[in-house]
Design a protein around this ligand. Structure first.
Ligand SMILES: Nc1ncnc2c1ncn2[C@@H]1O[C@H](COP(=O)(O)OP(=O)(O)OP(=O)(O)O)[C@@H](O)[C@H]1O
Ligand SMILES: [Mg+2]
Length: 256
């Protein structure tokens, strides 16, 4: 059974229709990657899931319960179970690494002893142990992404949402983040939704990939199935976003 279900979800901003009928299932413990061009609604999808944006019609269910259209108390509970790594990492510049990672836990009024323990554990998980006293301005963009991820996992969430986790990073840091996502997936009992337009990342981390286009899902399948798709819109996106990539070559060989 799906852990998260989008059913007939519609969303518009004034005259701008973003979703005209979004149907999508996310299964427990999978990495589902959402691909699609800029402005197609990838970030909006994640924001609707955690109640930062409302839906106009249709439903979103989490763990068997409809959560769309519910009140702020419901979404506060959802956000304790679904943590989001925002596009651009979005650390608070005026807070130390410690206070950034502790932020969500303190919002939940967790006791300080527990906060300190979880901060330490989360930073160790992302390979940033001992960085509690640093300030965001002192961190490279790769380190900022990792601290953002530590902030998300400090809450011990059931679901992790990653919005463009590798965008803007150099190839070495892209690989580190990919490794980290796979490490978390193997070692924490989580379900992950990753938004990216980087085909290399998508093919490296995903159990399944869903492509959104013109307000609806036009493809879902494994990375190999994506590469074998004959849908022109899928082909254009894949070819436009993955020129000469080893992961692509390898998968293409495997699908013949
Ligand atoms: N709060 C908002 N108010 C008005 N329009 C919005 C709002 N949030 C998103 N939009 C619009 O909805 C559309 C989808 O935006 P979204 O941010 O989800 O795109 P995206 O697929 O994440 O793109 P990118 O790859 O550039 O991050 C865009 O046209 C955007 O301008
Ligand atoms: Mg976005």
């Amino acid at each position: 059974m799906a852990l998260i279900e989008f059913r007939g979800v519609q969303k518009a901003f004034g005259p701008k229709v973003v979703y005209r009928g979004l149907d999508l299932d996310v299964f427990p413990n999978e990495v589902l990657t959402i691909i699609g061009g800029s402005g197609q609604g990838k970030s909006v999808m994640l924001k609707m899931l955690i109640g930062l944006l409302s839906v106009d019609a249709g439903t979103i269910a989490f763990d068997g319960e409809v959560i769309s259209g519910r009140d702020e108390a419901c979404f506060a509970a959802v956000r304790r179970r679904i943590a989001m790594l925002f596009q651009g990492a979005a650390l608070f510049d005026s807070l130390s690494v410690r206070d950034n990672v502790a932020y969500g836990l303190r919002e939940q009024r967790a006791p300080e002893g527990l906060v300190a323990e979880r901060v330490k554990e989360a930073l160790a998980f992302v390979g940033m142990e001992g960085s509690e006293e640093l300030w965001p301005a002192e961190l490279s963009s790769g380190m900022k992404k990792r601290v953002g991820l530590a902030r998300a996992i400090a809450m011990r969430p059931q679901v992790l949402l990653y919005d463009e986790p590798t965008t803007g990073l150099d190839p070495v840091n892209v690989e580190r983040i990919i490794e980290l996502i796979l490490h978390l997936q193997r070692n924490l009992d989580v379900t992950s939704i990753v938004v990216t337009h980087d085909m290399h990342s998508a093919l490296s981390i995903s159990d399944r990939i869903a492509m959104i286009h013109s307000g609806t899902v036009i493809f879902t399948g494994t990375p190999a199935e994506l590469l074998a798709s004959e849908d022109r819109r899928v082909r254009d996106f894949v070819e436009g976003n993955a020129p000469e990539d080893e992961a692509v070559d390898e998968l293409l060989r495997s699908v013949g």
